[in-house]
Design a protein. Structure first.
Length: 97
């Protein structure tokens, strides 16, 4: 399984809009054929800090996600909301297999 932990920090006044834009991306992403999980996490001690847990069956499925209209819409919608550039951390998903 191909997993990416996407670390995001948004501007404080953009938190509600970021959550709404990310909800729409999540709802479409979980319907992609190769998607296994697409979790959106918010830090309890810092509401401007998020982690997106994106799990796909393969690297090709993860790459296909970045070609979707919903990903492009999300990327463009949240671009000005970022307090710093988002950072993807690739991981190998071991369990569940």
């Amino acid at each position: 399984m191909h997993v990416t932990l996407v670390h995001v920090r948004v501007k404080a006044d953009s938190v509600p809009a970021f959550i709404e834009a990310t909800r729409a991306n999540h709802e479409s992403s979980v319907r992609e054929p190769g998607n296994r999980r697409f979790d959106v996490l918010q830090a309890p001690d810092d509401p401007t800090r998020f982690v997106l847990y994106e799990a796909y069956a393969s690297a090709a499925d993860a790459a296909a996600h970045k070609q979707t209209a919903h990903y492009a819409a999300w990327r463009d919608a949240v671009a000005e909301m970022m307090a710093e550039p988002r950072r993807g951390e690739p991981m190998h998903g071991l369990f569940p297999a």
